[in-house]
Write a protein that binds this ligand. Structure first.
Ligand SMILES: Nc1ncnc2c1ncn2[C@@H]1O[C@H](COP(=O)(O)OP(=O)(O)OP(=O)(O)O)[C@@H](O)[C@H]1O
Length: 300
């Protein structure tokens, strides 16, 4: 069942067409990553879904809650504003009350959320004293206060150090069990770790979408890496002429390239190694990352 269905969505800011005719669906219970470089249109798209800005054209539908889409969405903006003089607990109760909850319900929900996002220790400290990771976890709790079916998070980990990033990614993994998640990021590795589905946005256009495994399979490539006991540049002329070798990178003693058929091309490489008696110290094969697939799709 789709939680959200978006069709032909478009946003124009004066002369700038920031989002161009994009269509996609969000499956209930799935985690979807909206990926794209700076300026791709991620924030504009999320702001339209959250009802903060009006689309120039297109439709946003929620099959399950057709009357009040905003009710079913919890949103964490890229730069959330907190009242730094409130404690985390006070801030959540206040957020619940301004979203229309009765005080006792807001208090009950706050306790649940504090446990869920792991803020027990800091709940009575002022938000101004929180670390970046704690603030993001508080922001996520705030987005969840009214038990939304879908939470939308704009770059929730981009501004965090590696420790804070891990905290928030782990929290998102836990939340996947309870709610549908859509989050934007330009760090593809984060998406790969926690999401099932991806949307690739580039210059306002949705250039690829679907299950991560399917997207990878569509652009199926594998990377072989050879480690030599000397500078690998010496070996590139022999490999350059082979039509089955793509995107070769020579980096010190290491040489890597993409191939389409691992078994066939591994055998080809082994026969070259034997023929030329190359001093190979290590041989590795790996799947290309989502990041490499994305760069490939953008180039096309
Ligand atoms: N209010 C606005 N008025 C005019 N142009 C805007 C406005 N907001 C965004 N834009 C432009 O629309 C394009 C998309 O911006 P948007 O912020 O949605 O991208 P983004 O993918 O979220 O980028 P980032 O990762 O840098 O946040 C950019 O070219 C941006 O300059």
């Amino acid at each position: 069942m789709n939680v959200l269905e978006v069709s032909s969505l478009e946003k124009r800011y004066k002369e700038k067409l920031a989002v161009k005719d994009i269509s996609f669906q969000l499956k209930g219970g799935a985690c979807t990553a909206l990926l794209g470089p700076n300026g791709a249109g991620k924030t504009t798209t999320l702001n339209m879904l959250a009802g903060l800005i009006k689309p120039t054209a297109g439709k946003i539908m929620a099959p399950d809650s057709p009357d009040d889409i905003r009710e079913m969405i919890g949103y964490l903006p890229q730069y959330p504003a907190f009242f730094e003089w409130m404690t985390g607990k006070e801030f959540l109760i206040f957020s619940g009350e301004i979203s229309g909850m009765k005080k006792e319900n807001a208090e009950r929900r706050t306790e649940e959320l504090i446990a869920l996002v792991g803020l027990e220790e800091g709940k009575n400290r002022k938000v101004g004293q929180y670390s970046g990771g704690m603030k993001q976890r508080l922001g996520i709790a705030q987005a969840l206060i009214h038990k939304p079916k879908l939470i939308i998070l704009d770059e929730p980990v981009s501004a965090l150090d590696p420790f804070g990033r891990r905290e928030v990614l782990d929290l998102l993994k836990t939340l996947k069990k309870e709610t549908t998640i859509l989050f934007s990021t330009h760090i593809l590795n984060d998406a790969e770790q926690i999401c099932e589905d991806v949307l690739f946005l580039h210059e306002g256009v949705l250039i690829e979408q679907g299950a991560i495994q399917e997207v990878k399979a569509r652009h199926h490539k594998l990377r072989l890496t050879l480690h030599f006991n000397e500078d690998s540049h010496k070996y590139t002329p022999i490999l350059k002429g082979k039509e089955w070798i793509h995107n070769m990178v020579s980096d010190g003693k290491r040489l890597s390239f993409e191939v389409a058929d691992l078994d066939r091309d591994r055998a080809r490489i082994f026969s070259l190694i034997t023929e030329y008696e190359w001093g190979v110290t290590k041989f590795e094969s790996s799947e290309v990352s989502l990041e490499e697939v994305f760069m490939e799709v953008i180039k096309k």
